[in-house]
Design a protein around this ligand. Structure first.
Ligand SMILES: Nc1nc2c(ncn2[C@@H]2O[C@H](COP(=O)(O)OP(=O)(O)OP(=O)(O)O)[C@@H](O)[C@H]2O)c(=O)[nH]1
Ligand SMILES: [Mg+2]
Length: 415
């Protein structure tokens, strides 16, 4: 894309010159005051210098305003209609400022989301950055996460590099990957008597806790290839004792995999089961009751039972990839008392747009341990990996080889 740099004595002279030379579509990317003439910084006169691009085609479709913006617009127009024909602009503005609720709320939303979060200093962005923003929005990254990426892009890409969008987006995908934190398996003592690893899954209703705990039983149990028998000693424990269907579901899975299942109802029951499994067991995998993050009472009761588990227990919070950003934030916060060490992203197969999960986990500094990718029990589970999360970003051309080179070493060392 061709660039220009022009100078004139005033802002309007400079704009006029640019319009006459490069047309009305010319975009100003940078403007700064410069001093012309003089000697050793003295004398001379101030001029304005503008750098920009021309021959840039406007995006074909302006983004559709959200439905509530339309409603607000109608309200504004209705208010304006009530004003006498000779009313001054100030009177119209006063009337609008009295509109109250809807418009103010909308303004706040716009400020918080797109307008304020994505605003460009100077008001105009390079076409490559506009496209980048569109691609990030398509993947449902949060406005604050997009803002950080765009700011970094403005800082780090010189103008000439912005012309190569392919390269720009490849670098940005790496930046996104750097924000993803992967939770490593804890080091196990090489010698001495090994204690059973206690792994607990918590999370909201229906996210896939029970399916995932069974998938983990197979993964950690290391099934023997020829006979399908688990080589490690695994035990399943469930707190979901009240729903008949839930007990049946767990017992069926246990039967199929040859893993004993225990039902636990209270703190003492949990202590007894753990004492029983203190020796000769490699893994105790604990499924919990699905609770709404707003059900404070039951969350507290469940926490009281889980307090019987040893401090070294590894708690994972299950979050569905299809959840809305607000729900993800609330879940991360409300399950905080369970001291989860990482997050399992479930139902990754149900959506390609996981920008919201990536953004929020990065913002809240939470790491990811596993990904579940379907209803197939026990196969549809993978250890979390940055490459796996980046590979399906929509609208981005992802170079898998480069991602593997960049992130595999990092993942192997757990940096
Ligand atoms: N598509 C898809 N479906 C999944 C996945 N994991 C679980 N499910 C489905 O989600 C539904 C709920 O799964 P469960 O494992 O019972 O979820 P839960 O969190 O234990 O549910 P509650 O105990 O009721 O809170 C079932 O239909 C599962 O087959 C996944 O990775 N992808
Ligand atoms: Mg369940």
């Amino acid at each position: 894309m061709p660039y220009f740099t022009e100078r004139a004595r005033t802002y309007s002279e400079c704009m006029e010159r640019i319009r006459s030379l490069y047309g009305n579509d010319a975009k100003i990317l940078l403007e700064k005051p410069v001093r012309k003439g003089g000697f050793l910084g003295m004398g001379g006169r101030e001029e304005v210098e503008m750098t920009g691009v021309y021959g840039y085609a406007r995006p074909e479709k302006p983004p559709m305003p959200p439905a509530d913006l339309e409603a607000a617009k109608r309200q504004v127009l209705a208010a304006a209609g009530k004003i006498k024909p000779d009313a001054s602009i100030q009177a119209v503005l006063k009337e609008i400022s009295n509109l109250g609720g809807a418009v103010r709320d909308l303004q706040e939303k716009l400020d918080a989301k797109s307008a304020k979060a994505l605003a460009v200093p100077g008001g105009i962005d390079h076409p490559a950055l506009q496209r980048l923003e569109e691609d990030l929005l398509l993947n449902e990254f949060t406005p604050s996460f997009i803002k950080l990426l765009l700011e970094r892009a403005r800082r780090e890409f010189p103008l000439n590099e912005l012309d190569d969008y392919e390269e720009v987006q490849k670098r940005v995908v790496l930046w996104i990957g750097e924000k993803i934190s992967i939770c490593r398996e804890p080091e196990q003592p090489a010698t001495g008597r090994k204690k059973a690893r206690v792994i607990i899954l918590v999370g909201p209703t229906g996210v896939g806790k029970t399916s995932t705990i069974v998938k983990l039983a197979a993964l950690y149990g290391e099934p023997d290839r020829s006979e399908g028998i688990l080589q490690k000693q695994v035990r399943l424990v469930t707190l979901d004792c009240y729903r008949i269907g839930a007990q049946y579901q767990m017992q069926k899975f246990g039967e199929i995999m040859g893993v004993p299942v225990n039902l636990v109802e209270d703190y003492d029951g949990m202590k007894r089961v753990l004492a029983l499994y203190r020796q000769d067991v490699d893994f105790v995998l604990l499924d919990t009751i699905g609770l709404s993050p707003r059900n404070y009472g039951e969350l507290g009761e469940m926490k009281a039972i889980l307090d019987a588990c040893p401090a070294r227990s590894e708690v994972h919070l299950c979050i569905s990839a299809t959840s809305k950003p607000g729900d993800i934030r609330e879940t991360l916060k409300q399950f905080e008392p369970f001291k989860y060490k990482s997050v399992i992203i479930t139902k990754l197969d149900e959506t390609g747009r996981i920008g919201n999960v990536i953004s929020i986990l990065a913002e809240e500094r939470k790491s990811v341990s596993f990904l579940t990718t379907g209803q197939g029990v026990p196969w549809d589970i993978e250890r979390a990996s940055v490459v796996r999360l980046l590979i399906n970003l929509e609208g981005f051309t992802v170079d898998r080889g480069a991602l593997v080179d960049h992130f595999i070493a990092k993942e192997a060392t757990g940096d």
